[in-house]
Design a protein around this ligand. Structure first.
Ligand code: FAD
Ligand code: DLZ
Length: 537
């Protein structure tokens, strides 16, 4: 009979976790706070506080259920400060003969653990059953397919799960109601404030600890109000269903200068940490449709994000790594603009998205995709630099979901595996979907001149630069038609305008100056199979 050390990671906080099933009395369950996980990218202090406070609350819940527990606190003097080393130290301390862990959310850790499967103290990896699909299910679905588009995967997921199905047909007769979900926010409409969870002694202690150890990272810690227990996460789910879901669909693509959350659920962090399960969330939302309290465009739009996108990006991640991470189909090699850390930019849409990110460790999907993502795409930011930023700054950031969204959806760096065309947009799009341009010094209707919105010239420059790859794309025919109809002089003027903007764009980031990015590169060089950054020519 083995005596396992069961390592529960900071994003595995579910009582239903497979590694917690049927444990013998002498099994030791360990949760380990380690500086290595807080620093390999400069995580937003709210994200670190969320993970550590949720871990401490979860450990208390396990203890009260009688599990034999070890909790390594960040400032324990013996703490080895990386997950693998700390788990091995504890296994030796408790004379355990194996370490059990459920598949982690990052390839980097999975690889490190798999390398130890046959060590003297073996690691045993269990599949994570908290999703609708496993990586093997995705591999079976994708095998031999020409196209891996979400829509096909999503329909299969609907059939398999039975969500929003009427027999063999989709509820309401259509699989996807995206076309009904594109309204900007009208003046005078605002969304209710999110719940503000009371900070108990545990959370207050963690917030102080994070301020002390990670206070130099980008992002404010004040105003922390993420749910740190299952109970609080369920309160957020109830709030979303009662107050936001009915309007979720129609304003899903809207962007606001003053409202950071709009009608979005803010549930991704709780889902990713394991405080909520995707099944219970989707089923609760589906019930609102059947009981006539929420329209189908909202319910279908929401369920598609979780049952479709969330599962789909996870499948892509696990079946394509580690090669996936090296994708750079558009040959983008520039550093991140410095304003991604400072917020100092005259582009009002970008400034507000970064300020909201700094204040809340949150920006909604359209800000991530069409503001910070779009600007980075148009400014040729390298996938590596942009992925590091997205992984650091959001409370819900986990590599399995961040990487495909940044690399595939935002940067088209996977060469079109995920999206049939890049989500590039000009200032006109921002003006149509938001009220930012009213507060901006630039004019979204002008392409050249002092007042022209830089996104316009950058947009045309991007299309010109990638015409060889994109011109033949049927979905881009119209826009390339417009580009072709421009006179040579006009094209040259636009190119000049864009180049002038890029030439004066400060690129070095606060974190690069502080040495944080270099530390990350050293850390990652091993599994990328590359020489460390400083040795590259
Ligand atoms: P809602 O708008 O209320 O959506 C409901 C749920 O659907 C979310 O909670 C999330 O679980 C899921 N979801 C929505 N869109 C996606 C998507 N594209 N991929 C996967 N799941 C989705 N999501 C993360 O959870 N972690 C990340 O690290 C992350 N990084 C992203 C980076 C970029 C560049 C982009 C474009 C998107 C990223 N997303 C990420 C997806 C999405 O933006 C967030 O899940 C969402 O904004 C979280 O806010 P919410 O909970 O209010 O979402
Ligand atoms: C994000 C995070 C942070 C900041 N700290 C810890 C930690 O101290 N201990 C831990 O177990 N997990 C932490 N996490 C979450 C991990 O980064 C996450 O479990 C892995 O990246 C795998 O998804």
């Amino acid at each position: 009979m083995s005596r396992p050390l069961v390592l529960v990671l900071g994003d595995q906080l579910s009582l239903a976790l497979p590694s917690l099933h049927d444990l013998t009395d002498d099994a030791v369950v360990a949760l380990c706070e380690v500086a290595g996980e807080g620093r390999y990218v400069p995580h937003h202090p709210q994200k670190i506080a969320l993970v550590l406070s949720a871990m401490r609350h979860f450990a208390a819940a396990l203890r009260s259920r009688g599990y034999r527990m070890h909790y390594s606190a960040l400032d324990d003097p013996d703490n080895a400060q990386t997950l693998v080393a700390e788990a091995e130290r504890l296994a030796a301390l408790y004379a355990c003969d194996e370490i059990r862990v459920v598949r982690p959310g990052e390839w980097r850790l999975w690889q490190a653990m798999r390398e130890r499967e046959h060590a003297a103290l073996p690691w045993r990896l269990l599949e994570d059953d908290r999703f609708y699909t496993t990586p093997d299910d995705f591999a079976a679905w994708s095998s031999g397919r020409k196209s891996l588009r979400l829509e096909y995967f999503y329909r299969e997921q609907r059939r398999r799960s039975g969500l929003l199905m009427e027999g063999d047909a989709p509820a309401g007769g259509r699989w996807n109601l995206d076309h009904d979900n594109r309204e900007p926010l009208p003046a005078g409409v605002s969304s209710p404030e999110p719940p503000r969870h009371r900070q108990d002694a545990t959370t207050r202690e963690v917030v102080a600890l994070v301020a002390e150890h990670f206070g130099e990272h980008f992002g404010r810690l004040e105003g922390f109000h993420w749910p740190v227990t299952r109970r609080q996460a369920l309160a957020d789910l109830r709030h979303f269903i009662a107050h936001l879901l009915p309007d979720f669909g129609r304003y899903q693509d809207a962007i606001s200068d003053r409202e950071p959350f709009l009608f979005h659920s803010r549930l991704a962090a709780a889902l990713n940490l394991g405080l909520l399960s995707p099944r219970e969330v989707c089923e609760a939302v589906e019930r609102e449709y059947h009981e006539g309290r929420a329209p189908l465009n909202s319910v279908e739009g929401f369920i598609r994000q979780i049952l479709g996108w969330r599962e789909y990006v996870r499948g892509l991640y696990w079946t394509r790594m580690p090669d996936y991470k090296r994708g750079n189909a558009l040959a983008a090699h520039q550093a991140l603009p410095a304003c991604y850390w400072s917020g100092e930019t005259e582009l009002r849409c970008l400034r507000r998205a970064i300020e909201m990110t700094r204040d809340n460790a949150y920006a909604h999907h359209i800000q991530r995709l069409m503001v910070t993502g779009n600007v980075a795409l148009l400014c040729d930011v390298s996938p590596e630099a942009l992925c590091d930023w997205y992984l650091a700054v959001y409370a819900d950031a986990c590599e399995w979901v961040e990487l495909p969204n940044v690399l595939g959806m935002v940067l088209h760096a996977d060469g079109g595996l995920m999206g049939s065309k890049p989500y590039c947009a000009s200032g006109k799009y921002i003006d149509r979907m938001s009220d930012h341009c009213r507060h901006c010094r630039f004019d979204p209707k002008q392409v050249t001149g002092d007042d022209a919105c830089p996104l316009n010239s950058l947009y045309w420059r991007f299309l010109e630069r990638h015409s060889e790859r994109l011109e033949a794309n049927p979905r881009m025919k119209l826009i390339y038609g417009s580009l072709r109809r421009m006179s040579d002089e006009k094209r040259a003027a636009i190119r000049g305008q864009a180049d002038a903007f890029l030439a004066t764009l400060p690129r070095s980031s606060a974190w690069r100056q502080a040495g944080g990015v270099e530390e990350r590169h050293r850390h990652l060089a091993g599994y990328r199979g590359e020489p460390p950054q400083e040795q590259r020519p």
